[in-house]
Design a protein around this ligand. Structure first.
Ligand code: ZN
Length: 667
């Protein structure tokens, strides 16, 4: 045990700790306290053995209130071993390690800003710290972070350190380039270490945390860490981006100066004031072959809102131009959710999207979104394509996620946050929609539901489009209940409208249960299941479908158009089910019902239905729809009793159960 080093007195209880190299003691000389760092000279890199004095004198030139002062240094012998010692300020305070995970974002930013300032002073003398880590930062009694041990890391030959047992710990904060070629690093290597410290401070976890050195080195060099907000959902997006940018693998992709880091920390983006509109909405999903229907529908004012798939923008330019002229609210399904599936790499419209992989054999993959710069570049491509095509409301890119543990889930959250940030910066007047495309089978699990809500509520778009798999007529009560429940909770918590997408007759029930919007095609099969994304043939059928509002259902006519409708016309409820809209008039007297007219009939009747619902007070809608479902069940039974086969209506029973459950919950 040391008791005296070159007239600095050390008491046994003054041992402070063992660092990556050497030991630190509190020491006293002439009534003043110091910290003294002691290490064996054999740990020095050969290159520095003779010129260490010069090196330390260079470090002494750095004067900054938050840089620890070096007072003295030298060599001494003890038990045949030669030691080197450095005498520094004794800082009373707590190591930054004690703050990890226990302070809020504001405090973390303050500390990091101050660390960046100090590092700037160190760099300005041409010195790289090389060993920045929480253990080398002490928060003094005034609350200022004091940086220790700068520049010393260069002097030490790390390959010779075996006795400290802290080998892995030395690497947690190292940049990829420092691991690969520690002699040729610059200030940006320290920025990386600041990124690791920032990440750890704010999340309580290190971005790279393998237990053994080879695995750790691999992570630092090749693996992108989880987004900090996945660990702490209260982290603001712009701070998350600063951290991720600091942690870029290539130095040129990080910030290039301390000024850039400080600017990024301070530039809190202005929040756009949201105009919250949760009025009942119907988004018609227009298809490429709907142009003539669409023109008639416009003439008759049957369309208020259009959602046009982005893969048809280029293929159907005249339709897009027409939509733009109408002035109706126009947004898009960016069709991004199809891009990871090989089935669509051959589809022209999909492959030619400026944000597809553009490659016939390699679809979009998760790795395309690992770096924050990739995410930002992607968002830009998707949104600019929409702007070029004249949308009035933007739609963020999204992908199908099985559940909240699926990596796509986190990618989606980040893409949405970045899309909103991009909109805020360049198109602050435009609303933006977020898409949620998920399997709903786990939504009955409260934890899963909370995770989805926690993350999406925090994103704050102007509204959400939800695509739930497998929401269709065949969905069971549990699926429908939790799909509806989550949508309602999301709408309430985020104060943004939720639109249930690719929804059939169920849509009216959802609206009466409180979901503000629905989206569907024009009388085509409308439900959403993941195979629609993975299989190009799935979900497309050219069978004509005719909507019977009284049955809340479409009936598939196939080739026997006349037969089914004539059968209904012969039933005892023919008058109740008969439509008198201008597109249907005359069909019972023999005028053939064309697909075009069937679609226009659907738009006419859906519009009437929604207008009627809008007139009903919000809390009375559930009773209204319950009566409608009861009546539909009665009609379906009558048809069945009279031997008229028009389809399976068992979904009505499920919907009735859905309504009853929500009534029970409200009472
Ligand atoms: Zn009609």
């Amino acid at each position: 045990m040391l008791s005296n080093v070159n007239s600095y007195n050390i008491k046994p209880e003054w041992f402070i700790g063992k660092g990556s190299f050497g030991s630190v003691y509190k020491a006293e000389k002439a009534g003043k306290f110091y910290a003294i760092k002691v290490f064996q000279t054999e740990l020095l890199q050969t290159a520095y053995k003779d010129r260490i004095d010069r090196e330390i004198k260079a470090l002494q030139k750095i004067t900054h209130p938050n840089v620890v002062k070096i007072y003295d240094f030298g060599k001494f012998k003890d038990n045949e071993f030669e030691y080197f010692y450095i005498v520094m300020d004794f800082i009373e305070g707590k190591s930054l390690t004690e703050y990890v995970g226990g302070i809020d974002e504001k405090k973390c930013i303050e500390i990091v800003e101050s660390v960046v300032d100090t590092i700037e002073a160190i760099h300005s003398q041409g010195v790289i710290h090389r060993d920045l880590k929480p253990a080398n930062i002490v928060i003094n009694q005034k609350g200022a972070p004091i940086i220790l041990d700068f520049g010393l890391a260069k002097l030490i030959d790390y390959s010779s350190i075996t006795q400290t047992g802290d080998r892995v710990g030395t690497f947690y904060y190292m940049s990829p380039e420092q691991i690969t070629d520690s002699k040729n690093i610059d200030s940006r290597s320290d920025y990386f270490s600041i990124g690791v410290i920032f990440y750890e401070l704010i999340t309580g976890a290190r971005p790279y945390d393998a237990m053994n050195l080879p695995a750790l080195v691999d992570q630092i060099k090749n693996v992108y860490p989880k987004n900090p907000s996945e660990l702490n959902s209260s982290i603001s997006n712009h701070i998350e981006n600063v951290i991720l940018r600091l942690l870029e693998k290539s130095p040129y992709k990080r910030y290039q100066t301390t000024r850039e880091i400080k600017n990024a920390l301070r530039s809190i983006p202005e929040k756009r004031k949201r105009k919250i509109d949760i009025d009942v909405k119907f988004f018609v999903r227009l298809l490429h072959n709907d142009k003539t229907v669409f023109m008639s529908a416009l003439d008759d004012s049957l369309l208020d809102r259009i959602i046009f798939p982005a893969n048809f923008f280029t293929l159907c330019k005249p339709t897009v131009q027409l939509i733009r002229k109408t002035g109706v609210s126009f947004t898009t399904d960016p069709a991004t959710n199809r891009l990871p599936y090989p089935a669509f790499s051959k589809t022209k419209g999909i492959r030619e999207l400026p944000y597809s992989s553009g490659d016939e054999v390699i679809p979009i993959q998760k790795k395309d979104f690992h770096s924050i710069l990739q995410v930002q570049e992607y968002v830009k491509k998707v949104l600019e394509f929409q702007i070029q095509n004249g949308v009035t409301e933007l739609a963020a890119p999204f992908f199908f996620a099985k559940n909240s543990s699926d990596e796509w889930f986190n990618i989606n959250i980040k893409l949405l946050k970045e899309s909103i940030a991009y909109r805020d910066q360049f198109y602050s007047k435009m609303p933006i929609w977020g898409g949620i495309c998920m399997n709903v089978d786990n939504w009955h699990d409260e934890e899963e539901k909370s995770r989805i809500l926690n993350h999406y509520v925090k994103t704050e778009p102007d509204g959400f489009f939800i695509y739930g798999d497998p929401i269709a007529n065949t969905s069971n009560l549990v699926q429908l209940y939790h799909y509806t429940d989550l949508s309602k909770k999301l709408q309430t918590a985020s104060a943004a409208p939720v639109v249930a997408c690719r929804i059939n007759g169920l849509g009216l029930i959802l609206i009466c249960l409180g979901i503000s919007g629905i989206s569907s095609g024009i009388a085509v099969l409308d439900n959403f299941r993941e195979p629609i994304l993975s299989d190009a043939q799935e979900g497309y059928s050219n069978d004509p479908r005719y909507y019977i509002p009284e049955l809340l259902s479409m009936i598939t006519l196939k080739k026997k158009v006349a037969t089914k409708l004539t059968d209904i016309a012969k039933s005892s409820i023919a008058n109740e089910l008969k439509c008198n809209c201008k597109y249907c008039r005359g069909i019972y007297s023999g005028t053939p019902l064309t697909q075009r007219n069937m679609k226009l009939h659907f738009l006419t009747r859906r519009k009437q239905e929604l207008e009627e619902i809008k007139k009903i007070p919000y809390d009375k809608r559930i009773n209204y729809i319950e009566e409608k479902v009861n009546l539909a069940m009665k009609y379906a039974r009558t048809l069945s009793n009279e031997g008229i086969e028009v389809g399976d209506f068992s979904h009505l029973t499920t919907w009735k159960g859905l309504i009853e459950n929500f009534k029970k919950k409200n009472s």
